[in-house]
Design a protein around this ligand. Structure first.
Ligand SMILES: [Zn+2]
Length: 236
């Protein structure tokens, strides 16, 4: 087999792997972003839960404070019953106490409601916290995995780049020029295999005579359809 062709085949294989690795590296930010979005969702749900709980507790404290004030007022009113001078005043004072006591009972009902509300909100805690924990773990795992895979891809690519440089140095400059142009024009595939007279680069059939010549010859052939450099599959 043509020595130059062998080198080109190897070069193509190196370049194809470098391209694949780079594509995989380019995918990494999107992979991280997807997991980060899940984590952010879990975080904001947890924040919303805490806010809801805090509001419910604040409401309960506020009603408890109202009740303390109402009870203190009832006590003051009762303490001052002895100060009233007339029967009319006395009746009015009793009426005032009665109203204050009704108010206090209403507040007690309200406090019960706010306590139930706090309990109700608390029930969501386990789910929210478990989801956050899970999202955190997924994030940490994905990040570690992705970073490790990035390290491997980068180190693999630097090994490939070294091999590529020495490979390029051994190829005739005009042939390498042709290869480079084809790489640019043909979407990263300059050297294609030909199988059963079909070019695997463009999937077009070549004439039988062309195929026979290619197999018998030591020359470098280009695909009549896509112009890629061809090698017979037994040579791969
Ligand atoms: Zn072709």
């Amino acid at each position: 087999m043509n020595e130059d062709l062998k080198k080109l085949i190897r070069l193509q294989s190196i370049d194809s792997e470098i391209i694949r690795n780079k594509a995989e590296l380019a995918e990494i930010p999107a992979r991280l972003k997807r997991t980060e979005v899940v984590l952010e969702g879990a975080r904001s749900k947890e924040t919303a839960f805490r806010e809801r709980l805090e509001r419910a507790k604040k409401e309960r404290r506020s009603r408890e404070q109202d009740l303390d004030e109402a009870l203190a007022r009832i006590k003051t009113l009762k303490d001052r019953v002895s100060e009233v001078k007339t029967n009319v005043e006395y009746k009015a004072r009793l009426k005032e106490i009665e109203t204050a006591e009704t108010n206090a009972r209403n507040l007690e009902d309200l406090i019960l409601e706010t306590m139930e509300r706090v309990e109700q909100v608390e029930k969501g805690r386990t789910e929210v916290e478990a989801a956050l924990e899970e999202a955190n773990q997924a994030w940490e795992q994905t990040k570690a995995r992705v970073e490790e895979s990035a390290r491997q891809l980068e180190s693999r690519n630097s090994v490939l780049m070294e091999e590529r440089n020495s490979q390029v140095a051994s190829i005739q400059p005009d042939l390498y020029e042709t290869y480079k142009n084809l790489m640019r024009e043909k979407n990263g595939l300059a050297v294609a295999c030909i199988r059963d007279s079909v070019c695997q680069g463009c999937n077009m059939s070549t004439p039988p005579q062309f195929f026979n010549e290619l197999r018998a010859s030591e020359k470098i052939y280009h695909c009549p359809s896509c112009n890629r450099i061809l090698f017979h599959e037994t040579e791969s």
